[in-house]
Write a protein of this length. Structure first.
Ligand code: PA5
Length: 419
């Protein structure tokens, strides 16, 4: 597998030999801990097991169910928050057209408490064929639970057989949703108990809405499987290297990692990545704060800080090497009032690439450690590989800094306070 590369050419010289030796030692220990299932949270390693032993029958069931729903549904309302929505949003945004996708539209709900959003969504759904996928491991999380109540009332008001339109994705047996599933006979998918929310995109949590939204989930899933195999047998060390450098910068006192991209459709990948790293590492007073930046947009806002602010940020560019399949050229202007005729005839992606190289150089010269994760293309297979690249990396980097990668006591604290 060479669809993902981690380019360290601009950072390898920033680490003194002694620190590197200690880092490599720590990485080896973290790998042993992960593979031998001997570390903190080791009963939450199901996200690896599902790739080591793929469940084809489940994939087939998801694809068949989704095809049936796609034939009937204008809209799938996908209700969930945190790990129960960020992954599917990330993959949909990365792989579907920006505008006017054919087929069932997936709309997210239950990921905030915006009453206006909900009211306007219900108005938008009027007259449409609507199905609902409610996703909650606990079945009691505030935001999705109240949204689902509202959505159920709406379904009951609008359709004679509302329960035929509901898919519930939840724990195998625990939680409030299971009681309702039994009562109403909803189609049920299971969140494996040993997979935490932020690691669940390759379970039915992500795969069901993705398949209904039109994503080739088999390619996505098997992309991740191929990454899993390559990292396990050591033929590809890119994920491990990323974990190593994050750890080394953490130890040098860097506080923030900016994951910067130049492709708008990758921005939700950044949202998923933020949760994965913040919830996994940010505990016991440790961890690097993850923030996703969309360039060139954010060069006109936080770009100033990156260039000249506190030197506590390292930057990882997430770039796609293959030229986009759809692009446009800048036209020539006879008046040339803004003096930009030097761009005439150039494609926007060519200019975007130049902006990337210029930004990388400027930030490097400004004293920011810069590396890049390069995706060969933006296909389902490569995005699947990238998901596992980050999942493995965060497990390793969290073990390296000495925290449990798989719990989230801070999130539980918010849930408790708001109940
Ligand atoms: O990663 C996590 O554990 C959280 O982000 C949860 O996914 C989120 O809080 C939603 O929880 P639940 O699926 O129980 O509704």
């Amino acid at each position: 597998m060479a669809n993902i590369k981690y380019d360290i050419s601009d950072i390898s010289s920033l680490i003194p030999e002694g620190e590197m030796a200690l880092g490599k030692d720590s990485l080896e220990k973290a790998k042993d801990t992960l593979v031998s299932k001997s570390g903190a949270g080791s009963d939450f390693l199901g996200w690896r097991d599902i790739l080591g032993d793929p469940n084809d029958a489940l994939l087939t069931d998801i694809i068949q169910t989704s095809e049936t729903i796609r034939e009937k549904a204008d809209v799938l309302v996908c209700i969930g928050i945190g790990g129960s929505y960020l992954g599917s949003k990330a993959v949909l945004d990365a792989l579907l057209p920006n505008f006017g996708n054919n087929g069932t539209e997936v709309i997210f709900l239950g990921h905030h408490l915006g009453g206006t959003y909900i009211k306007q969504l219900l108005a938008y759904l009027e007259g449409k064929e609507v199905y609902v996928n409610v996703i909650s491991k606990s079945g009691t999380t505030l935001e999705p639970s109240v949204s689902f109540r509202i959505m159920m009332d709406w379904l009951k008001f609008n359709y004679p057989n509302p329960h035929e339109r509901v898919i519930a994705t939840t724990d195998p047996s625990k939680g409030a949703l299971n009681l309702l599933i039994d009562d109403h006979g909803w189609k049920k998918y299971v969140i494996p108990p040993d997979v935490g929310g932020r690691f669940s995109v390759l379970t039915p949590v992500g795969l069901v809405p993705l398949a209904i939204g039109g994503i080739d989930v088999r390619s996505l899933f098997y992309g991740a499987v191929s990454a899993f195999e390559d990292y396990e047998n050591g033929s590809d060390e890119s994920s491990d290297k990323y974990a190593l450098y994050r750890y080394l910068f953490h130890e040098q006192g860097y506080k923030i990692e900016a994951l910067a991209h130049f492709e708008p459709s990758l921005h939700s990948i950044g949202g998923w990545w933020q949760q994965l790293f913040a919830e996994s590492e940010g505990k016991d007073g440790k961890g690097v704060f993850p923030v996703c930046l969309q360039y060139t947009t954010d060069l006109h806002s936080v770009g100033q800080y990156l260039q000249e602010g506190q030197r506590t940020i390292f930057e990882t560019f997430l770039v796609v090497n293959q030229a986009p399949s759809e692009d446009v050229e800048v036209p020539h202007s006879a008046q040339n009032l803004e003096g930009l005729n030097y761009t005439a005839g150039r494609s926007i992606s060519y200019i975007n690439d130049k902006a990337y190289l210029a930004t990388r150089l400027a930030h490097k010269e400004g004293g920011v450690p810069v590396a890049s994760i390069e995706l060969a293309n933006q296909s389902a297979e490569t995005i699947g590989q990238m998901i596992y690249f980050f999942e493995r990396a965060v497990a390793l980097s969290a073990y390296m800094i000495g925290v449990n990668p798989f719990d989230q006591p801070g999130v539980e604290a918010y849930k408790k306070e708001s109940s």
